[in-house]
Design a protein around this ligand. Structure first.
Ligand code: HEM
Length: 458
């Protein structure tokens, strides 16, 4: 195995091993149980390329540092495309293009239109506003003396935050509809881990109609008052609608519903699962919680916070977030299609083949992270800086589709967790509680995961 990807347009020298599985369903159960463990085990046994079968469909997997490195290379960009995996979502919305499923020039153009609205700029000057939204959610859904269903509470909080910051309003009455729609679309149409008939379920169809209604409402509100926000306060909705009104071929009318609700599709489950996982890892490690309490008590000592240098003031919390995202990545693999015939690490890939790129396999390799299953917030400081090794750390993906909301998500995660740990005295249901996880649609804590709110700290 080499540390960097070997790629050649020439001759395949290796036969790609097939991972043993059950008749008909192949490796579906292993994937449904723990995809990260499944990919790591297969990588150890078979090397960086192997074949699997999910619900009767063949896939190739490329994993490890080799695959993570390959994603960022020119060859990786040329050899892989995304379209097929997101076509189902696009069709379901009667749209023609979604950012994660766009390739080449269309992808570049669309990313450019959306870049500002999804970036850290969208939240500049508004950190204290985000904290107020977080306080509102804490007071509404995290009452002292109760046991809080963590994932659900964060889903409401994140919708409130993203709605207000990115689009100007928080559609809390649509949270359940957004959740049901995303869950079904990701499970059935994108990751294809569940059968198609689930989309006939009346509960899903009703939720999808409500999400369409939300998109239509957002469009109508913009059109009723297109100059509502100053140039300085321009948000994602302004950028999308302006591109539409300027006649961009990327943003025709029939693409608007999907684009306008996309921040929820992209941000709700990713952030909610990550924040829920952070509560578990931190509360399970009281020494880390004590270090975080010291940081956040100092951060909020003077009331409103100063945006400059925020991250430097909370290094342990930052490391706890990074370490949680290493151990509980929301995207264990990125899904792509072979854009042409090519050879990677001696294995032949054919145009049109479906590929899982298991970029998070390195997160669990002891060669990169000694004692990889131990939660260790001190891995990230120099001289250790274990995440800085080539291909070692990819929670936000790799290559041209790397998370567009990364810089925004980093601020959102830091402020949300800082405020939650500052305001609340929380504990696990019992000190020996072991987190139950789910894998679909987004890997993370199970919906049944609850925390005890013992009272307010501040
Ligand atoms: C914990 C937080 C988050 C994580 C771990 C995360 C992770 C990811 C990953 C792994 C991808 C790449 C998917 C692929 O290549 O197939 C991605 C793409 C994307 N993410 Fe995030 N994400 C997070 C939060 C957010 C937020 C808050 C937003 C914005 C509201 C956002 C917007 C996007 C967009 C627009 C894309 C598509 C980029 C493209 O295709 O060019 N993400 N994210």
């Amino acid at each position: 195995m080499s540390a960097t990807a070997e790629i050649s347009d020439n001759i395949a020298t290796k036969t790609t091993p097939k991972v043993a599985g059950l008749p008909l369903i192949g490796n579906t159960l292993d994937m449904a149980k723990d995809p990260a463990k499944f990919f790591v085990d297969c990588y150890r046994k078979h090397g960086p390329v192997f074949k699997i079968n999910i619900l009767g469909k063949p896939y190739k997997v490329m994993g490890g540092v080799e695959a993570a490195t390959f994603m960022g290379t020119r060859e990786g960009k040329e050899c892989l495309r995304s379209k097929e995996f997101w076509q189902g979502l696009v069709k379901e919305f009667d749209a023609h293009l979604a950012l994660p499923g766009a390739d080449g020039d269309d992808h570049k153009e669309m990313r450019e239109i959306l870049r500002h609205g999804y970036s850290k700029d969208a939240i500049k000057g508004r950190y204290n506003q985000l904290l107020k939204i977080t306080d509102g959610s804490i007071e509404r859904d995290w009452k002292p003396g109760t046991k809080v269903p963590v994932l659900q509470a964060f889903q409401f909080m994140v919708t409130d935050q993203l709605g207000t910051i990115l689009t100007g309003s928080a559609p809390l009455e649509y949270v359940e509809d957004i959740r049901v729609t995303i869950l079904n679309i990701l499970n059935v149409l994108v990751t294809r881990q569940r059968p198609r008939f689930l989309l006939l379920n009346p509960a899903y169809r009703k939720a999808k109609q409500r999400v369409f209604e939300l998109g239509d409402k957002m469009r109508a509100e913009y059109l009723a008052n297109p100059d509502a926000r100053s140039e300085e306060n321009r948000n994602l909705i302004d950028d999308i609608m302006q591109a539409n009104l300027n006649g961009s071929h990327i943003m025709p009318d029939h693409n608007l519903r999907l684009q306008l609700v996309a921040p929820y599709v992209a941000g709700l489950d990713t952030v909610a699962n990550t924040t829920a996982a952070i509560t578990y890892t931190v509360l399970k490690n009281p020494d880390v919680l004590a270090r975080i309490h010291a940081e956040v008590d100092a951060l909020f000592a003077d009331g409103d916070i100063d945006e400059a240098g925020l991250m430097k003031k909370i290094p342990v919390l930052q490391a706890a977030i990074m370490e949680t995202m290493r151990l509980y990545p929301i995207a264990v693999a990125q899904m792509r299609c072979a854009n042409k015939d090519f050879v990677f690490e001696g294995h032949q890939f054919h145009e049109g083949e479906m590929i899982y790129i298991a970029t998070c396999v390195p997160h669990f390799m002891e060669e990169l992270y000694p004692d990889p299953y131990t939660f260790d917030v001190d891995r990230y400081e120099k001289p250790r800086a274990e995440h800085r090794q080539t291909g070692a750390y990819s929670p936000y993906g790799r290559g041209p589709h790397t998370c567009l909301g990364k810089s925004l998500a980093e601020v959102q995660l830091a402020l949300t967790m800082a405020r939650l740990f500052y305001r609340l005295d929380l504990s696990l249901e019992s000190p020996d509680y072991q987190l139950k996880t789910k894998t679909a649609p987004t890997p993370g804590p199970a919906m049944s995961y609850k925390l005890k709110v013992n009272g307010y700290r501040n």
